[in-house]
Design a protein around this ligand. Structure first.
Ligand code: SF4
Length: 266
């Protein structure tokens, strides 16, 4: 599935994005998607370079607009498997509106957010996913804003598969990607990634390995979280399949049904 023999990647040493890309390939393999029937769409940012390294039909679009392009692709040919690869800045800031409405429509697109808590490509400005107090190029004394819980946001908007994984646990990440790819509806996976070059260095998180350890120490599985006493839940990052509903009709199915009914009447 890879074409790195022809195109060398430009991700920094220790970057988590390659781990997410690897998990995506394994998920695609597990579910058995065909290359000729799969389109992978991205916006702009370090994460959005991922489709360029894959031997699939790919679209590298404009900043924040991957879901708008992907919606057009899916709407014009519902038989295609459509996957969006995006970053936290690309999806939660400039592309936030498209994310909300793709979730609301429950269109059968799988979206994977590479969440490194920062704008990496443009040298480390804070994003809507940067934690409060974290240091970024544009918050040298600490970020005063509160970050989004993107999983909760898309669930509230209407997504019917929502999961959160992390690069320290590839087994779980592959399971989440497979679950999302096999779901008929808007499926969303937030994948925590490490950016040692900007987020890690500015926040004294040391090496990429230390950042993976940080992920592990600060996260908990959704099952274990439910059993925790309230006072221990604060600040924990919850990982796993957070929500799934297979009973809600998918957008392109409903659209086709509507067209059929109109044709019958005329
Ligand atoms: Fe990865 Fe950060 Fe380098 Fe971008 S800047 S490639 S996110 S380590």
């Amino acid at each position: 599935y890879l074409r790195l023999d022809k195109i060398p990647h430009i991700w920094c040493p220790g970057c988590g994005h390659g781990i997410i890309l690897n998990s995506l390939i394994r998920g695609i393999h597990e579910v058995g998607l065909k290359q000729e029937n799969t389109v992978i769409v991205s916006g702009i940012g370090c994460s959005s370079r991922a489709p360029g390294y894959l031997n699939f039909n790919t679209l590298h679009t404009t900043h924040g607009r991957a879901l708008a392009f992907a919606t057009g692709v899916k709407h014009s040919n519902p038989d295609l498997n459509v996957i969006v690869l995006t970053g936290d800045g690309d999806s939660a800031a400039i592309g936030g509106n498209h994310l909300i409405h793709a979730a609301r429509r429950n269109i059968n697109i799988t979206t994977i957010v590479f969440n490194n808590n920062i704008y990496g490509m443009t040298s480390g400005q804070y994003s809507p996913m940067t934690p409060t107090d974290a240091i970024a190029t544009t918050s040298p004394y600490g970020n005063v804003e509160k970050s989004f819980d993107l999983c909760n946001m898309v669930k509230s908007a209407g997504a019917t598969f929502v999961g959160r994984g992390a690069t320290f646990n590839t087994k779980q990440l592959i399971q989440l990607v497979s679950g999302a790819l096999s779901h008929n509806g808007f499926s969303f996976v937030e994948a925590l990634s490490q950016c040692p070059t900007y987020y890690g260095r500015r926040n004294n998180l040391k090496s990429a390995i230390d950042m993976l350890k940080w992920q592990k120490d600060n996260s908990v599985s959704v099952k274990a979280y439910d059993k925790l006493p309230e006072e221990k839940k604060e600040g924990k990052i919850v990982l796993g399949e957070l929500f799934r509903d297979d009973s809600i009709p998918e957008y392109t199915d409903r659209y086709a049904e509507m067209v059929k009914n109109v044709q019958k009447r005329s």
